[in-house]
Design a protein around this ligand. Structure first.
Ligand SMILES: [Zn+2]
Length: 166
């Protein structure tokens, strides 16, 4: 096949003999959180945690989903759950989200909130030293002050050990 025009040779590239058009893209993104996560985030702003109940497996999914991925059926209703629960599992991370090294580690945990069944929410632990964390320990959400909440999972600053043994 023969293409029209003039090709660029490696020598042209080496000598910058080609046309460029400077352009800065001003890209803005917006997306829908959907019915389930949208309400979840709005409720966080009010200091509440809401999930969706599956009538078959009886789990309350938090964060909520309109569909149970286990039973392939729609979840049936909104259920408020406690902002306290137990540590299901955890990991101590010395690496930040930007891959930099942390002096003080993050304690990332899966927390099974009271009233959810076996579903867990991923968050971080605070107010505790890594050596003192135990699977099964009770923790409670530490919320940002109401005026600083924005409707994000970070409206909960972290989960801290709870004194109320259950
Ligand atoms: Zn289910």
């Amino acid at each position: 096949m023969v293409y029209s025009g003039i090709g660029i040779s490696p020598q042209d590239v080496a000598n910058s003999r080609y046309l460029t058009v400077p352009y800065s893209a001003n890209l803005r993104y917006r997306w829908s959180t959907g019915a389930a996560v949208g309400r979840f985030l709005a409720e966080l702003k009010n200091g509440k945690i809401v999930g969706r109940k599956c009538d078959k497996c009886k789990r309350v999914l938090v964060p909520p989903r309109m569909f149970c991925e286990r039973d392939f059926i729609q979840t049936s209703k909104w259920v408020y759950v406690q902002d306290a629960g137990i540590v299901d599992t955890y990991s101590i991370s010395y690496i930040a989200a930007d891959a930099s090294r942390l002096e003080k580690p993050l304690i990332v945990a899966v927390i099974r909130l009271d009233g959810t069944g076996e579903a867990g929410i991923l968050h971080i632990l605070g107010g505790i030293e890594p050596k003192d964390v135990m699977i099964g320990m009770r923790v409670k959400a530490v919320w940002k002050p109401k005026r600083r909440r924005v409707g994000a999972i970070t409206d909960i600053r972290y989960f801290a050990p709870a004194g109320d043994a259950k």
